[in-house]
Design a protein around this ligand. Structure first.
Ligand SMILES: C[S@@+](CC[C@H](N)C(=O)[O-])C[C@H]1O[C@@H](n2cnc3c(N)ncnc32)[C@H](O)[C@@H]1O
Length: 274
């Protein structure tokens, strides 16, 4: 697939929706764009480009394909167990609310997962509670996240003891209880866009940031930019959790090191002293 043509398409998306994918990994972009070429019945990328500029809804469908909003409750459950065991008791032992930010929250399952664990840890700790903001680039995913309603099949990974406390049946699906849902502020925000944090964020420094399975879509330079930003909103000792299979570039060691005692590969890091 010729990159200049793809670049034209990405420039069009950026002009239309203000989302800039040009520094995302080319192999992923190519694969994803190709799937839209097939889905729209276009013969090739050139035909798809013409289709894109004339069909009002295709730009949003393309964005949806490029952002990969795939997620689930307690995704990679062992990494959350590790977080719950090693990190949350320490955060919950302080006499201040835990300040959390979930980046690339997609349709919200991950933010609700962390919120359940924080609520539980807080009850076991000093009871100071937590404040959470969850953000994503993709507005459509955020609408689902805000509603907090999911198909029944989404309940598969949710621990049995947590389900009755935080979920209700809703027709043929499941719904997050309002007392949990209302504790998360969902906001549209681009991790590598003009503003460091969502406008809705009431604090500039967080105790814990989740940015799982987001950085892997960026090319090396964009990943380095994102990491510098993450370092900017975390004070020394604060926690960053990335996807368990994600490898960070060597330069990230300047800002982060593995969380002491956490299993290797869990993606749990701590901000170094600068
Ligand atoms: C594969 S999903 C990961 C969802 C969740 N974090 C998880 O691990 O289950 C990647 C998410 O990152 C979001 N994303 C991609 N680029 C982003 C950016 N520059 N800023 C914020 N979110 C972004 C996408 O919209 C998508 O919802």
């Amino acid at each position: 697939m010729p990159y200049p043509l793809l670049l034209e398409i990405l420039t069009f998306v950026s002009q239309r929706r203000g989302i800039d994918f040009r520094d995302y990994r080319r192999d992923t972009l190519r694969r994803r764009a190709q799937s839209r070429v097939r889905a729209t019945g276009c013969t090739d990328l050139a035909a798809y480009r013409s289709f894109l500029v004339t069909d009002r809804e295709e730009v949003d469908r393309l964005i949806e394909t490029l952002v990969v909003p795939v997620t689930e409750f307690f995704r990679d459950a062992w990494t959350f167990r590790e977080l719950d065991r090693r990190v949350l008791p320490i955060l919950a032992a302080r006499n201040a609310p835990i300040r959390a930010w979930v980046i690339g929250a997609a349709t919200g399952e991950e933010a609700y997962t962390l919120a359940m664990l924080l609520a539980e840890a807080s009850m076991r700790g000093t009871g100071s509670g937590f404040e959470m903001i969850a953000s994503d680039l993709d507005r459509r995913s955020l609408e689902v996240a805000r509603a907090g309603v999911y198909p029944a099949a989404a309940a598969v990974g949710i621990p049995h003891e947590l389900y009755p406390r935080y979920f209700r049946s809703d027709g043929s699906g499941i719904r997050i209880v309002d007392s949990l849902r209302n504790r998360i502020q969902f906001a549209q925000h681009d991790l590598v866009g003009p503003s460091l944090a969502p406008q809705e964020a009431i604090v500039a420094a967080f105790d814990i940031v989740l940015c799982r399975n987001v950085l892997l879509y960026f090319d090396a330079a964009l990943r380095a930019k994102a990491l510098a930003r993450l370092a900017g909103v975390l004070e020394p000792g604060a926690v960053l959790m990335i996807g368990h299979s994600e490898l960070l570039p060597g330069e990230s060691e300047r800002h982060f090191q593995p969380y002491p005692g956490a299993k290797a590969g869990a993606g749990i890091l701590v901000r170094r002293e600068s």
